[in-house]
Design a protein around this ligand. Sequence first.
Ligand SMILES: *[C@@H]1O[C@H](CO)[C@@H](O)[C@H](O)[C@H]1NC(C)=O
Length: 429
Amino acid sequence: MVLTSYTIQPKKSCILNVCMPQMIVSTMGTPIRSGKIRNSKEKMRLIVAAFAGIVFGVFLGLSFPTLSLTKMNLPSSLFRSINLAYVDDKCSKFGTKSIRHTWASFMGDRSLSNGHHTLEVPKIWVPSNPRGAERLPPGIVNSQSDFYLHRLWGLPHQDPSIKPKYLVTFTVGIDQKDNIDAAIKKFSENFTIVLFHYDGRVSEWEQFEWSKQAIHISVSKQTKWWYAKRFLHPDIVAPYDYIFIWDEDLGTEHFDAEEYLKLVRKYGLEISQPGVDPSSSITWQMTKKRDGGEVHKDTVERPGWCPDPHLPPCAAFVEIMAPVFSRDAWRCVWHMIQNDLVHGWGLDFALRKCVKTPHQTIGVVDSQWIVHQSVPSLGNQGQAYDGRAPWEGVRERCHREWTIFKERMAKAELDYFQGMGIVPLNISS
Ligand SMILES: *[C@@H]1O[C@H](CO)[C@@H](O)[C@H](O)[C@H]1NC(C)=O
């Protein structure tokens, strides 16, 4: 909380010839910690206090160049408690340089007048920096990254400026290399390609020219959602408008990624997937490709499956095999992925919690569609025990994770609403 940096309560309510309303000054003295803000009265007070803080800060910044020390008449402890960085940050529009200069000379003067002959270097503390980076000047902070490649020589600004706007990831084993090679051809040069190798066989992909520009991440026997949680942090994939997180067994003969994204934009889809060929083994009606249209956002399921036609699996729903997320949707979904639930089962039913109007912004693109080939892949790499095939144990874990996820979500929502003093009628379905 920014306000806690004003730890000293000024004795006077008039500072630098500005008389602060007494109410505001006392609010600033109230120890507001980063805890919950329970009611609107407190919220209001916080807003008023924050506003006063900003006005105060701006005024302070503006006043410095014209004030002499003797005229300031402030308790010196107050000055120590107002940190330079905050003033600096908030006043960047009002001549940061001059403030910095003035502050530096002020600090110098002060230490001299105190009889200390060492020049104190002002400390940096920028609360608006990312957490943990407050000691850095904001100009040096790079809080986000990308998968753009750079060369080892020349000057950085001379590096090839290929900056793809979209990202596609496939979680692959070498057995599917031809299918993936075919799929990659459906993604233009505007895509960064990331391959997650669950079988540890990376060098065999070198036979493909595109593979040299791809990002390869290899960890043995891990799932798509395990990788996504570890390597697709929203701050890492921040430059990409859309993120495809796809399985390896998808037939892309009738799919083109650029055309797909045109429709995603046209229909305002935050979370989407291509329609799935109806002759594939389809689980849900929603993801089944429809003839004739471009996009659909709802469906009719078997009787009794959809008590609410706006909710999954009848709307606001795509599956986890070939989802496409907008940058904003992914920032939310990433936070919802649990570190220990690696198969992602149940995630599809919860995706809607990450967008504002789920039944309008989650949909299936029919005119760019895929075939689900359902080849046995990672699912087969479980462990045989008790006379059961490897895939059985994996399948069982999928179901268990689904149950665990549902329970966690329900509890989290209940905890939240109870904490807010709200009794929800019907949470988490
Ligand atoms: C890649 O993006 C650029 C800029 O949006 C666009 O002009 C170009 O057509 C795209 N490439 C393909 C193959 O669609």
